[in-house]
Design a protein around this ligand. Structure first.
Ligand SMILES: *Cc1c(COP(=O)(O)O)cnc(C)c1O
Length: 389
């Protein structure tokens, strides 16, 4: 029997073999000409991925939380005000980071699974001046997809710098920094970007860089300070080596391979693939009689699904039961509803067969937990999405 498990959590995900091969290649020095070329190209490709023509890309060793930390550290000074569009756990986290750097933070925090009305956000923006506004594009704790386009337009209208946590969205959900007026967006390598954990990717718009340059006080974090990293990123992009902190050499090589694959697939095609995969997963889940945390499909992510446990089973038993038949899923994360739902990641290299294996394994798990349903109903619904019937 094959001893393997399919990893279907919201990061890390399953990686392409060419990406893993780059991870396993002999490590070069960070000044080696082939590394300088790969890093330079990875930076250019990062800018293309985020759709920010004049933006400044940063690729740093660290997790997605470093992306959050860096955006806040560089744009916020003591006494600044921030508005957090809080659709879950990662909204709480960015709020805590903003406070750590001295901001006074206002949260718009709808119930778990909801998205605030734009009119409500506009009321709050109107009532005070906010230096920054943050949006979690996909909050991985709820599977809620934020209306980044609509929210950013409001942020711009009221003079806030718009920061987007794209850790569970970039390279899976459409994000167009230029067209939508996003000032800083960031992600992490292990999610839809398709590279093992360890890199934080960010792009800052010219407006964000100008705000950073106009700071009155030094950045409160030494490692995250763009003052240190800007010359390094600019040097590598000009195909020159530079040093501040040793880059994660193998991860950067792997990133360049994955970004090459992503741009080769094409962003539009890639987003459409994520949408189709997501529809199939959600159709399967619905056909099995399970609800979802997001209140409706228009605010549900395409990179993940957050199904609710059906009545009559012990939810804590389901994820282990699915794991026993070879598919790894994630439990709940949002503190208020943690024990009511589970999470399926479907981003990056994910394909139709992965979806069918996952829905099949969920059916097996539900059955093992004593849930009554028509065997194969989830699979049939997913198949119908793929066959377009
Ligand atoms: C995963 C995630 C993070 C945190 O990333 P780490 O790599 O775990 O630090 C932040 N925001 C969102 C939306 C995420 O999905």
């Amino acid at each position: 029997m094959k001893n393997r498990s399919l990893l279907m959590i919201p990061g890390p995900i399953e990686f392409e073999s060419a990406v893993l091969a780059a991870m396993g290649a002999p490590t070069t020095g960070h000044l080696a000409p082939n590394f300088v070329e790969a890093f330079g190209q990875a930076l250019e490709r990062t800018r293309t991925l985020f759709q920010c023509k004049e933006g400044q890309p940063f690729v740093l060793a660290g997790s997605g939380t470093l992306g959050m930390d860096t955006a806040c550290a560089n744009l916020v000074e003591h006494g600044d005000t921030a508005l957090v569009i809080n659709t879950g756990y990662f909204g709480d986290r960015i709020g805590a980071i903003l406070e750590r750097y001295g901001a006074t933070v206002t949260h718009i925090r709808p119930a778990a699974g909801h998205h605030p009305a734009l009119s409500e956000v506009e009321q709050v923006l109107k009532s005070g001046h906010f230096k920054v506004m943050t949006i979690t594009h996909v909050d991985t704790s709820t599977g809620v997809l934020a209306d980044v386009k609509g929210l950013s337009a409001l942020g711009q209208k009221y003079g806030a710098l718009v920061i987007v946590d794209g850790v569970c969205s970039v390279a899976g959900e459409e994000l167009n920094m230029d067209a939508w007026g996003v000032d800083v967006a960031f992600t992490a390598s292990q999610k839809a970007v398709g590279v093992p954990p360890g890199l934080a990717l960010a792009v800052a718009s010219p407006k964000a860089l100008a705000a950073f340059k106009n700071r009155k006080t030094p950045v409160g974090s030494y490692y995250a300070d763009w003052t240190n990293w800007l010359p390094v990123m600019q040097a590598y992009e000009a195909r020159k080596a530079a040093y501040f902190g040793t880059p994660a050499v193998n991860l950067v090589f792997a990133l360049n391979v994955s970004l090459g694959q992503i741009l080769q697939e094409g962003l539009e095609v890639r987003f459409a693939r994520h949408t189709r995969i997501s529809k199939a997963v959600k159709a399967g889940i619905t056909a099995l009689g399970l609800g979802q945390v997001p209140q409706n499909d228009s605010i549900a992510a395409h990179t993940m699904t957050a199904p609710r446990f059906p009545a009559g089973i012990n939810g804590a038993d389901l994820v282990p039961a699915v794991s026993r038949v070879g598919v790894t899923l994630a439990g709940g994360l949002h503190p208020e509803i943690k024990n009511e739902y589970f999470r399926i990641g479907h981003m990056g290299a994910v394909n139709q067969n992965d979806v069918l294996a996952t829905i099949g394994a969920i059916e097996s798990g539900l059955s093992a937990c004593g849930y009554k349903f028509e065997t194969g109903a989830g699979l049939a619904a997913a198949q119908r999405v793929f066959s377009g019937s």
